[in-house]
Design a protein around this ligand. Structure first.
Ligand code: SF4
Length: 311
C-alpha cells in the first residue's frame, strides 16, 4: 500500500506564488459546504478538532520537499478540507519555522477563529488567508452552507479578535458568486464588517473552477473590477499565474499530474505551469490518464478542467 501524501506541489498558486501545499485533513472534511467548493460537496461536516494525520510523517515529507531544491515561495496549509480542524496545526507551524525560513501560510475559512486554541495555533504563521463571503445570516447559509452550530456573527467576532492578536499578514478572501453575494447590499454589508476586521489585503475571487453546485457562476472581469473599486485600495482581484514557470518537476509526469489534479481541478495550462512542463507534453499525459479512467474532464466557464477520480 502507498504511504499517504500530505505534501503536494509546489504549485503555482493564484494567491501566494509557488506554494508547497500541506494537506492535513481527510478529503472534504470541513465546517462549511460552500456552493462554489472546487472539491465537491462536504462529505464530513464537523466543527470538532482532531489529530487526523501523524505530525511526524507530515514534517518528514515537508523536509523532503525542501531538501529537493525546487523553488518554494511559501509553505501553505490548505487542500482537502479546513486546516484549523487539525489539533496539530500549531505544533506543525512551529516545527516548520524551526526547520526553514520559508514563510508559512494558512488558508482557512475562518469559522473557528472564535476559539482561543485556534487563534493560538495560527499565531506562528506569517500569512493567514481567511474567507468571508457573506454577512447576513441567510446569505451566509446560502453561500457557505455552514455546520448547524455556526453563527456568522460569532465568526465575524472571531475574525476581529484574531486581527487584534495576530502580528502577521491577513489576506482576507471574498469568493463572489454571480447573482448570489455580489449585489450592492451584500457588498456593503461585507464592507462594514471589513472595517472591524482590518485585513492587510482583500482578495476578490470568483468561481473560476468547477464548483460543488453547478449553478454557482463566475462574475465577469468588469463585475469584479466594480466591486474592487467599492471596497477601496486594499482590495485586489486575484491575479492569474498562467504565464509563470516552475523548474521542471522531476519524476514521472503521470504521477505528478494525478497528485496535482487530485487536490483541485486544473486546466492543462495550470498543470503545465505548476509542473514546469510543455503544454503538449501535459496534454499527451492527460489523454493517457483519461483513457485509463484515472482522471475526468469537466467544462466550466468556457474552459476545460481535469480532476482526479476518487477510488
Ligand atoms: S471552499 Fe473551503 S471552506 Fe468551503 S467547503 Fe470547500 S473546503 Fe470548505
Amino acid at each position: 500500500m502507498t504511504a499517504p501524501r500530505f505534501v503536494y506541489g509546489p504549485v503555482a498558486s493564484r494567491r501566494l506564488g509557488f506554494s508547497l501545499g500541506v494537506d492535513i485533513i481527510p478529503f472534504k472534511t470541513c465546517t462549511l459546504d460552500c456552493v462554489y467548493c472546487q472539491l465537491g460537496s462536504t462529505g464530513r461536516s464537523t466543527v470538532r478538532r482532531r489529530s487526523w494525520c501523524p505530525p511526524e510523517a507530515i514534517l518528514a515529507q515537508i523536509k523532503e520537499a525542501i531538501d529537493s531544491g525546487q523553488r518554494i515561495d511559501v509553505i501553505t496549509f490548505s487542500g482537502s478540507g479546513e486546516p484549523t480542524l487539525s489539533r496539530d496545526l500549531g505544533f506543525l507551524i512551529r516545527s516548520i519555522k524551526k526547520m526553514t525560513g520559508i514563510p508559512v501560510a494558512v488558508l482557512t475559512n475562518g469559522t473557528l477563529l472564535g476559539r482561543r486554541d485556534v487563534r493560538r495555533d495560527l499565531a506562528a504563521a506569517d500569512v493567514v488567508g481567511p474567507s468571508l463571503d457573506a454577512v447576513p445570516a441567510a446569505l451566509f447559509r446560502r453561500v457557505n452552507r455552514p455546520h448547524a452550530s455556526l453563527d456568522n456573527r460569532k465568526v465575524i467576532d472571531g475574525l476581529v479578535r484574531f486581527r487584534d492578536e495576530f502580528a502577521g499578514e491577513i489576506r482576507l478572501e471574498i469568493m463572489l458568486v454571480k447573482g448570489v453575494n455580489d449585489s450592492p447590499a451584500a457588498i456593503e454589508a461585507v464592507k462594514k464588517a471589513l472595517v472591524r476586521i482590518r485585513p492587510d489585503r482583500i482578495e476578490l475571487n470568483t468561481v473560476v473552477r468547477p464548483p460543488a453546485d453547478r449553478r454557482a457562476g463566475a462574475l465577469s472581469a468588469a463585475g469584479l473590477a466594480r466591486i474592487r473599486a467599492r471596497l477601496g485600495p486594499k482590495a485586489e482581484v486575484v491575479a492569474s499565474f498562467a504565464k509563470r514557470k516552475q523548474a521542471p518537476a522531476s519524476g514521472d509526469l503521470d504521477r505528478a499530474i494525478l497528485v496535482t489534479v487530485g487536490r483541485r481541478p486544473q486546466t492543462a495550462a495550470d498543470i503545465a505551469a505548476a509542473l514546469g512542463r510543455h503544454r503538449d507534453e501535459v496534454l499527451k499525459a492527460l489523454s493517457r490518464l483519461l483513457a485509463r479512467g484515472r482522471i475526468r474532464r469537466r467544462d466550466h466557464g468556457g474552459k476545460t478542467y481535469f480532476a482526479g477520480v476518487r477510488r
